[in-house]
Design a protein around this ligand. Sequence first.
Ligand SMILES: Nc1ncnc2c1ncn2[C@@H]1O[C@H](COP(=O)(O)OP(=O)(O)OP(=O)(O)O)[C@@H](O)[C@H]1O
Length: 254
Amino acid sequence: MYIMVIIKTKNLSKSFANGGIQNHVLRNIDLEIYDKDFTVIMGNSGSGKSTLLYALSGMDRPTFGEIMLNGHAIEKMKEKELAVMRRANVGFVFQQMHLVSNLTLFENVCVSGYLMKNRKPKEVHDQAEELLKRVGVFNEKDRLPSRVSGGQCQRAAIARALINSPKMIFTDEPTGALNSKIGRQVLNVLTELNQEGQNILMVTHDVKAATRATRIIYLHDGQINGEMTLEPYTPEQEKNRERQILAFLEAKGW
Ligand SMILES: Nc1ncnc2c1ncn2[C@@H]1O[C@H](COP(=O)(O)OP(=O)(O)OP(=O)(O)O)[C@@H](O)[C@H]1O
């Protein structure tokens, strides 16, 4: 079977200067991320997970190496070009949802759609309503973020990330600020989206969140140190998946 590659890196490296000393955080990473996967990046604290996510998504630039994202050589792009590419190709969901506090959930979802030159406001509005229904916060659409719960904010943040039908959703600890029940509901939304065909790449420490993956990549000291693939998630298999993932992580020295 032919598997489409959505992201491909070659020698991807990132260093930060720290008091005159170079901290080599990502070291010559060659990686392919496949279409339709729910890819999860795990690894010890400081192994470079977030740095990798920022580089792959075009939020930050590599020090060295190449990154192809949905056919775009992003390391070569100028800032403006990169911003346009991000708006059309990627959506972000962060631990702290970063919704604009004086805009309603509906308005928050629409903003990035308005910035697309080829989209009419009516089309953006219709899609925003669809997405708010899809993630289960349509009834709260006219409220400000401060007037809804953390879980509802995170659902709206997912809808916002989807407004331009991006090829890839990048998410860094999306349940980190939520209690376990609400976090689980947010993971259910992400899992359903993936099972409907949405590419997702998530960084997490949380083994329960990682059970949603179809592929787990383990990062150690800025290099890929192993991976495992999993069948699509089902709730019945969750405990079993958790055990499998824990065994994989323990073998890696997690
Ligand atoms: N903007 C920055 N400037 C300087 N150093 C940075 C910067 N961003 C990250 N680092 C350093 O890079 C290393 C990896 O950080 P990163 O956040 O990618 O790790 P992580 O695996 O996501 O960690 P955690 O699980 O704790 O979030 C750390 O040593 C961190 O201090």
